[in-house]
Ligand binder design. Structure first.
Ligand code: PGA
Length: 254
């Protein structure tokens, strides 16, 4: 059984007081969404105060990025062990903004994913096609390439401790959400890729989130799809009502 996971990717937004207040509000109202796993991913400088604010609650904390080396002369970077040390349990890897603005490749995402898993963090590995790739009919190929590239050498045990997020780049921050059918098609393809690489049982146990303009008004239809196990929410995760509204759609889906 896959528990629904609703993750808020706050990106480079909020200040310290705003981050702590939002995390507290999510924790205080988490009783409204029983049986749904809740995750907030603040900017890195606010991970510690947010982790302290939600310690002992049902809200988990995730980072938006990390570096694959454990320590050393890597100016500006943060390791998996450092994240764990401040109460972080998840890390978003290979988000399209990191791939397309910061130039991360599948090989980079793979190194980070393996380092996160080796340390005991849960990676949320993002894949997704550009609009021109979709329009050219290349979506399935792009997803297959990113899946194999980002998850190379991830063992059967490790993939069961991982989360995959499908985020069509053209739907991120644009208000243009994928239709439930478009999203379900890619999620089903990802499930098949997992079954090919591992086996059916393992494929059935891995959570695959949808991300890209998820709002309370479209979450029900997305989360009702059989292979959509949760949401990675950007803009709408910055408002507690919207975030919990999306999570509430997960109750019905569970
Ligand atoms: P959005 O972002 O919900 O604002 O489209 C999603 C994401 O980038 O994770």
């Amino acid at each position: 059984m896959r528990r629904t996971l609703i993750a808020g990717n706050w990106k480079m937004n909020l200040d310290r007081a705003g981050s702590v207040a939002l995390a507290r509000a999510v924790a205080e109202r988490s009783g409204e969404v029983p049986d749904v796993d809740l995750l907030v991913c603040p900017p890195s400088v606010y991970l510690l105060p947010v982790a302290e604010a939600v310690a002992g609650t049902r809200v988990a904390v995730g980072a938006q990025n990390m570096y694959h080396e454990p320590s050393g002369a890597y100016t500006g970077e943060t390791s998996a062990a450092m994240l764990l040390d401040v109460g972080v349990a998840f890390v978003i890897l290979g988000h399209s903004e990191r791939r397309h603005i910061l130039g991360e490749t599948d090989a980079d995402v793979n190194q980070k994913t393996r380092a996160a898993l080796a340390e005991g963090l849960v990676p949320i590995v993002c894949v997704g096609e550009l609009l021109e790739e979709r329009e050219a009919g290349h979506t399935a190929d792009v997803i297959r390439r990113q899946f194999h590239g980002s998850l190379a050498d991830v063992s059967a045990d490790e993939i069961q401790r991982s989360v995959i997020a499908y985020e069509p780049v053209w739907a991120i921050g644009t208000g243009k959400v994928a239709t439930p059918e478009q999203a379900e098609q890619v999620h089903a393809d990802l499930r098949s890729l997992l079954a090919e690489r591992y086996n059916d049982r393992i494929a059935g146990s891995v959570r695959i989130l949808y991300g890209g303009s998820v709002k309370p008004g479209n979450a029900d239809a997305l989360l009702a799809q059989p292979n959509i196990d949760g949401a990675l929410v950007g803009g709408a995760s910055l408002k507690v009502d919207d975030f919990l509204g999306i999570a509430a759609a997960g109750i019905h889906a569970a």
